[in-house]
Design a protein around this ligand. Sequence first.
Ligand SMILES: Cc1cc2nc3c(=O)[nH]c(=O)nc-3n(C[C@H](O)[C@H](O)[C@H](O)COP(=O)(O)OP(=O)(O)OC[C@H]3O[C@@H](n4cnc5c(N)ncnc54)[C@H](O)[C@@H]3O)c2cc1C
Length: 535
Amino acid sequence: MKRWNGWGDDAFVYAVPRSAAGFLEEVLGPATPPRDATLSEAVATVPASRLPPHPLVETDPVGRVGHARGQSLPDWIALRSGRIPAFPDGVAYPTTGQQVRELLSYAEQVGARLIPYGGGSSVVGHVNVLPGEAPVLTVDLTRMNQLLDLDEVSHLATFGAGIYGPDLEAQLRAHGLTLGHFPQSFELSTLGGWIVTCSNGQQSLGYGRIEALFAGGRLESPGGTVVLPPFPASAAGPDLREVVLGSEGRLGVLTEATVRIRPVPPQEEFRGVMFPDSERGQAAVREMMQARQPLSMLRLSTPTETETNLAMAGHEPAISWLKRFLRLRSIGDERCMLILGITGSETSVQCGRDEALAVAREHGGVHLGQLFGKEWRKSRFRSPYLRNTLWEAGYALDTLETGTTWRNIPRLLQAIEQALRPGLMDIGERVFVFSHLSHTYPWGSNIYTTYLYRIPANGDPDETLRRWQVLKTAASEAIVAGGGTITHQHGIGTDHLPYLLREKGALGVATLHDLCQRFDPHGIMNPGKLVSRDA
Ligand SMILES: Cc1cc2nc3c(=O)[nH]c(=O)nc-3n(C[C@H](O)[C@H](O)[C@H](O)COP(=O)(O)OP(=O)(O)OC[C@H]3O[C@@H](n4cnc5c(N)ncnc54)[C@H](O)[C@@H]3O)c2cc1C
């Protein structure tokens, strides 16, 4: 069953090897496991619903707790402490576009706010209920999960937008087809959520970002219905798909989406390469990208992330042997690991592998074969479960991300890490920080940073949240001052909203605000997210 206060299926626990626990104690100090509130304790805090009855709206408190928050660290702090400031007054589970229209009308009539909800995997506050006078209706779209049309001739498939990743892939695989969109949250995120947050799959290098995969669909908004036909291309003015992409539930509910699919590639492999240092690793990755090599993934860890991954793997004798072997090849403590994915026909995989490994060798990279690649593939959707285990041991973990040009990558990466590392020094707490580049382009790359700190020994949720606020603010300021986008893939929600103006400018933000008003004249759609009313 889906965990109500953490990530994933509660039947799976990511066990941390003893050596890995020792590593964390070494870098952060020993931690104290916090006491989490139980579901019954959280349910007991749910107030009476303010919504008048409607046949599609359920008001049971368990469903309202389950839709109150997403997956950001502040969301976890609220859920795990049982101190959740606001709940939806009701949750609806429509199965048709007609029912979505009924719910939009109902929300307008009763003066409610409406939050579309996919998998609830947002990490920036997108689905959170904000305290306020108006009642809130959350519309859970996961029952709109059917394959509605498969056009095998044109390689297009239309789905109900609430379909989860594994169901979507299973439906396509039955026909030998794939979408190839695999965010790390794949298990518990939906097609509609991917589109309206501009999400990015782990192999977007080969398959394309969701912007490239989203061909069209149907948006039900308070102002009317927008139908986006799946033209291969069109010169009829600005593309309205671009308006829906990244709209974060502010314009309406995406009920159907048509996506560009392809046959399942016959071959796929993931390989590891170790570089002597970040500089040479980045130069190799940039060269691979600028040569337009046929790869489906490149993930380059910094030396600290490389060391952490090796320590967390837990196979101490094998890792010691590897380190000795690498030293003989002149690769020491500054080593950094690249996992590269190659996907396609037998010939293109062979060609991609040969070309990429030749570039890696030129930059001092040592090919490690497929072992680390296979490990990565095995845990590609499992690693977020580690966050549950770490929390329960007393460590809070958060991630943040940006994107910038190649020229700016080393400087910005350093600025983000340097903003985070001393962030809690005034209270004598350490922050453990590491990063990787995992979505690369010929022109630049994302930077994806993970940071951990201790939950206070008394478990105080206010202090855990305060520590997060200090760190998040420091990193976000470093990002916008250092020439990065405030988000390369997670979206704006509430957490990045204070930085949007600096990225888009006053006219840009005002234009977004006007768009919201056009689609949603009475301001019922997911207010307080993406763009503020008083911008
Ligand atoms: C462990 C973990 C790993 C992650 N990995 C990645 C990753 O690799 N790449 C990445 O890009 N992101 C990642 N994310 C972030 C998150 O999964 C994405 O933002 C995802 O696209 C959200 O999809 P969802 O269905 O869960 O949407 P939700 O979280 O339910 O909603 C997100 C926003 O979309 C709106 N919305 C949802 N469905 C609809 C709809 N049908 N119509 C209109 N509005 C709608 C909501 O109102 C909200 O504003 C990760 C998150 C977690 C927790």
